[in-house]
Ligand binder design. Structure first.
Ligand code: NAP
Length: 243
């Protein structure tokens, strides 16, 4: 068991923002676990990041409670505690997505299973390991699309985007952030939601978006907050975001 280095788990780390977050945490000296649902993609990502530090693949499908449990056992056995948990794994289910009047309920269920229940499953399973760390940090990778404050502010175009399932899944993820921060008040653990901005990834192939290494910087900032940093907050690169 390695008890000297700090350990981090990033879910959905085989590509995109999760991959870049893992790289940056490894460069900071963390032992980084890449939680990936596909063994080949996970092992290949770990190989690619080997030059950045101590990076290890662990099989983890956030929709599968047994897979999450097994990953917690393995990480507990190998690194003893978990200093950082990044709930990054996410999906935007295209089929059946739409405004609240037309979205397919099944699309909402599929989206929630990864973006909300996935993060909840992983957080519950890893909380005992975070409690063993000196000052655990949980980062929920969210989006300003999930901000109800933004949605209802006059003139905001957010409500015209023909999608309800994805934004609402992140609204619920933000609820987890707030509720768990209150539950963990008085402990050294901090939990925050961050919006990484618009990043060029498979999920967001729109032109004009930044490289995911930029989005990862916001995630890493929340993962490495000092003792006097915020908890129960939602922020992006520019500062606090309204819930
Ligand atoms: P991405 O490139 O599509 O990466 C998503 C990652 O999540 C992949 O590694 C994927 O694995 C993994 N994943 C999906 N379902 C999973 C499951 N059941 N178990 C484990 N891993 C799973 O997307 P991204 O843009 O980097 O998104 C990362 C996070 O940032 C998401 O939570 C997203 O909502 C959020 N975000 C992104 C943007 C943006 O502009 N890109 C903006 C705001 C927020 P596979 O390769 O196996 O599918």
């Amino acid at each position: 068991m390695n008890t000297t280095k700090q350990a981090a788990l990033v879910t959905g780390a085989n590509k995109g923002i999760g991959f870049e977050t893992a790289r940056q945490l490894a460069q900071l000296g963390f032992t980084v676990w890449l939680g990936c649902r596909d063994q080949e993609r996970g092992e290949s990502a770990a190989k690619e990041l080997a030059g950045d530090g101590d990076v290890r693949f662990v099989s983890l499908d956030v929709t599968d409670a047994e897979s999450v449990r097994a990953a917690a056992v393995r990480i507990g056995d190998e690194t003893g505690a978990l200093d950082v948990l990044v709930n990054n794994a996410g999906v935007a289910v295209g089929e059946g997505e739409g405004l609240p009047s037309t979205v397919r309920p099944e699309t909402i269920q599929q989206t929630l299973d990864v973006n909300f229940y996935g993060a909840l499953r992983v957080t519950q399973a890893f909380l005992p390991l975070l409690q063993k760390a000196q000052a655990g940090r949980i980062v929920n990778v969210s989006t300003t699309l999930g901000s109800i404050t933004t949605l209802v502010s006059p003139g905001n175009p957010l409500g015209q985007i023909p999608a309800f399932a994805y934004p609402a899944s992140k609204t619920l993820l933000n609820a987890l952030t707030g509720w768990l921060a209150v539950e963990l008040k008085g402990t050294p653990i901090k939990i925050n939601s961050v919006c990484p901005g618009a990043n060029a990834t498979d999920m967001n192939p729109n032109p004009g978006t930044q490289h995911p290494s930029e989005g990862a910087k916001v995630v890493v900032r929340a993962a490495t907050l000092p003792a006097d940093g915020p908890t129960g907050s939602f922020f992006d690169v520019n500062g606090p975001v309204g819930w």
